[in-house]
Structures are given as C-alpha cells and as structure tokens.
Design a binder for this molecule. Structure first.
Ligand SMILES: NC(=O)c1ccc[n+]([C@@H]2O[C@H](COP(=O)([O-])OP(=O)(O)OC[C@H]3O[C@@H](n4cnc5c(N)ncnc54)[C@H](OP(=O)(O)O)[C@@H]3O)[C@@H](O)[C@H]2O)c1
Length: 458
C-alpha cells in the first residue's frame, strides 16, 4: 500500500465511522479519570470514531455531587444519582466504571451490568485484583466483554501487551515499578537525602500522594496491579490475599546511601515469577543495579517488565496515572468494544479456571542486603557472621562507615554508641535468612531492628 492509499483509507474510515450508529456509553465516576475520559472522547472525537469504526457517544453519567464543576459540559447527558442505574439504562450500550474500590457501588454496578449482558470497561485495579476470577466467569457466562486496560500502569498498554501481544509465549516473569507515588518518594529521598516523612508531605502537597497515602506507600496499589499482571501472564488469576506485600515506610535515607555505595538503587518492585513448584507474586523494595534499565525509571514514572522463553525481556515505561494517560487506556478498551474485538478476561476461557495461591515468602530465593546498628566494639562482626554461617548464609560483601560518637565527658546526654554495619549475602532461601535475622536481632551487640532488603538483578 502506498502512503497516499493509506491516507485515503483512513479518511474513508473516518467517513464510515461518522455514519455508523454510535456506541453509547454510561460513565460512573467523574473524578480524575472520568472527567479525563469525557475530555479525551470530546477532544479526539474524529480520531476515535475513525479507529472505532463508529462514534463513541456519552449518553449517561453518574457521580455523587451534581453541582460540582468538573470542567466538562454535561448538557444533554442523563445524570443518575444511583450509579447502578447505568447498568439497566436503555440508552447505554457499555458501562464504564470509574468510581473505584473492591466493594460497594463499584462492585454492584459491574456485577449488575455483566448480569444484564452489558459490556463493562473499568479502571478499578482493586476490584479486578480481588474479584477478577468471579467477574470473568460471570462475563463469560453472559457473553460480554469485561475490559480493564487502565487498571494497570495507566497509560502503558501493559494488559494488551501481556495478554495479546505475547499470547503465544510462555511468560516466566512479569512486574516492575507499578506505583508512581512510591517511585516519586524514593527518587526524591535518594536525590535530596531527606527522610521518608518529609518527602511524603511534599508529595501530598504536590498532589502526587493522597491525604491517606497508605494504599500507595504500603504497597497495596502495586500489589493489585501485580496480581492482575500475574494472572494475565500465567493464564489464571492469582489469589490477591496470597501476594506478599511490603511498602516503603521502612526505607531509611541511610539505605539509599549505602545502596549507592554498593552500586545499586532502591525501587519498590512488583515481581511475579513462574517456577517449577508454583508462582511467586510479591511487592517489596528491592536493590537493583544502578546501571539496569529499571533503575533509570525515576519520579512518577512506571515500568512494566516482561520475560518470556521466546520473546526474551522487554520493558515498557510511561506514566502510570493521571487523567490523560488513564483516560487513553479506558478509551482504547471502548474502541475495541466498538470494533467488536474482545478477548477472554484472563486471555483464555474462564471455564474451570480456578485461582492459584502464590508461594509463601519462605520459598523466596534471593540475595539480601542487611543493615544493622551495632555497638562499635571488637568481635561484633565475628558474632554476626557466626549466626549467618550457622544458617548456611554466605556473605558477598560488607560495608561499615564511621565510628561511634562517644558520650560527652561532662555527663550531659548525647553521643551515639552505635555504627551501621551493612552485609550483602549470596543467594539464599528466605526461610534461612529470616531465622538468621531473628537470632542476629537478639544479639546484645545489635541495637534496634535490622533492615533487610532483597536484591534483584533488575
Ligand atoms: N487517578 C488515576 O490516575 C488512576 C489511574 C489508574 C486507575 N485509576 C482508577 O480509576 C478509578 C477512579 O479513580 P479517580 O482517580 O478518577 O477517582 P476520583 O477522582 O476519586 O473520582 C471518583 C469518582 O467516583 C464518584 N463516586 C464516588 N462514590 C460514588 C458513589 N457512591 N456513586 C456514584 N459516584 C461515586 C465521585 O463522585 P463525586 O465527584 O461527585 O465525588 C468521583 O467522581 C479508581 O478505580 C482508580 O483506582 C485511577
């Protein structure tokens, strides 16, 4: 096809798109993503109609507060005070759920719509991570699409890539940097040397973190996305409750400094791996080599890494949140539905598809970074390494900076008898590491709780 023909073709597509009956959508939730979707569909109306083969028309909406100015014109659009009413509105072909939450009105709306035979598009990672298995079975029973591209990594087409682009390969690993708030906080801590609490307060002031930041900083949001990615990569949903989750509250600016001295950066990673004996699915901070591609992904950016036997390794990077990127992903699902192309929720028939439990943390096998606060006196290192030896943990390297500060001679308070001691282990089973760490923490020479961070090759 020549360049000219291609242009003529797409113009023809636009004309045909404009004539065909519109796909009528009802949007529940007009916050960041919902209002963003209205702006995108209006602003790119012609492009969307050409690619969808027909216009996409917003016929109904629902939110809590009718009076709120959302920066979009909703005249001529039916307003429902009860969002669940969208599921049975005769002028709605597709329900778009942009309210959020694994339970409550979002779950009722999606379930009612699927039961009524209405296709659903949602950005709701919590809902899909927790109830994806049963919703997929319901969607399959009633024969309608359930799409959620925006639920993982916002503007990055992660779901399409894993479920469709890599459908032929046996995927062995999926994950990455799945929470922009945590990545912003860790980047700012590394660059400024400031503590977690300071940087979190700044992120809240800038709108990068919620007033209640726990879903982000405790790793829950990343775990929702990881559970979805793992389900898609390995062809069956992973029970969300079995995902091992640790957040970033325990990361000290000191750890970021030591990581740098050792040639690493610290990132909150989601990691799902296929093993002979099952599937690992976990979210926790990791040291990654500072030269690795994922270590370069800073600020609010997300990165999705996938590995497969035939495809090798690939990494997608982009904005994981915000109205523009997230609305783009929602609209892509709507275009697929308008075209009539849909794939099974987990990439294969949900019939007989049971959830799998992820392997427990005792089965993890990693290199570990340990930071202990120890009394600055002879024999301490020998005590600590003896415990590691007893548990079969071998050391790769060790780092100690500075000396203890003696207490002032005048008897006033002050001084610090401890020094940080950093140990890096060879690969070892986490069960052995945890037992060793318990004994190390109980040594009289160790002050406070040791920090343990896993090391990933990146
Ligand atoms: N924000 C992002 O960048 C992003 C990225 C990826 C995925 N997501 C997901 O997208 C979804 C929406 O997120 P968001 O950031 O747009 O949330 P948001 O700004 O808080 O908006 C939520 C919307 O839901 C409406 N709502 C809340 N409870 C309702 C109820 N009981 N009945 C009807 N409407 C109700 C709110 O109405 P009022 O406006 O009247 O209060 C609001 O318009 C969530 O599942 C989220 O996880 C968000």
């Amino acid at each position: 096809m020549t360049g000219q023909n291609r242009i003529a073709d797409s113009a023809g597509g636009q004309a045909r798109g404009a004539q065909a009956a519109p796909l009528r959508i009802g949007i529940a939730g007009l916050g960041t993503v919902g209002a963003g979707l209205v702006k995108l569909l209006r602003g790119n109306e012609t492009i969307v109609a050409a690619r969808a083969g027909r216009p996409i028309a917003i016929t109904a909406v629902a939110a809590r507060d009718r009076t709120r100015d959302r920066g979009v014109d909703l005249s001529g659009v039916t307003w429902h005070d009860d969002a669940v009413a969208l599921a049975t509105d005769p002028d709605v072909d597709v329900v778009v759920e942009l309210i959020g939450g694994a339970e409550g009105v979002a779950r009722r709306l999606v379930t009612t719509a699927l039961e009524a035979g209405r296709p659903v598009v949602t950005a709701n990672k919590a809902l899909i991570a927790v109830h994806g298995a049963e919703l997929a079975a319901l969607a399959e029973r009633t024969g309608v699409p359930l799409m959620f591209e925006a639920a993982v990594a916002g503007g990055i087409p992660a779901i399409k890539t894993v479920r469709e682009g890599l459908a032929a390969d046996r995927l062995t690993r999926v994950g990455g940097i799945l929470n922009g708030t945590c990545n912003y906080i860790m980047t700012a801590m590394r660059e400024s040397g400031r503590p977690f609490a300071d940087v979190l307060a700044e992120a809240q002031a800038l709108g990068y973190a919620e007033a209640d930041p726990s879903t982000d900083v405790d790793g829950i949001d990343a775990a929702h996305k990881l559970a979805i990615l793992a389900g898609l990569a390995f062809g069956r949903p992973v029970a969300f409750a079995s995902v091992h989750v640790e957040g970033i509250r325990g990361i000290d600016a000191l750890d970021l400094d030591f990581a740098r001295a050792l040639g690493y950066r610290i990132k909150l990673l989601g990691l799902a791996r296929r093993r002979e004996d099952g599937v690992e699915a976990r979210v926790h901070p990791c040291l990654v080599p500072e030269k690795s591609p994922i270590a370069q992904v800073d600020g609010v950016f997300n990165a999705v890494v996938v590995e497969g036997a035939f495809v090798g390794r690939l990494m997608l990077e982009g904005r994981g949140a915000g109205e523009g990127p997230t609305a783009t992903a929602v609209a892509a699902d709507l275009i697929d539905i308008a075209r009539g192309s849909a794939v099974p929720v987990w990439g294969r028939s949900a019939d007989g598809l049971t959830q799998i439990e992820a392997l427990p943390r005792a089965a993890f096998h990693e290199e570990y970074y340990l930071r202990l606060n120890v009394h600055d006196r002879p024999g301490v290192i020998a005590d600590v390494t003896a415990v590691l030896r007893d548990h079969g943990v071998s050391l790769r390297s060790m780092l100690q900076h500075g000396r203890a500060e003696p207490a002032p001679e005048d008897g006033t308070a002050g001084g610090d008898p401890s020094v940080p001691l950093v140990l890096v282990t060879h690969r070892t089973r986490e069960s052995a590491m945890l037992e060793a760490l318990g004994r190390i923490a109980a040594l009289s020479v160790v002050i406070g709780t040791p920090a343990m961070i896993r090391i990933d090759p990146g």
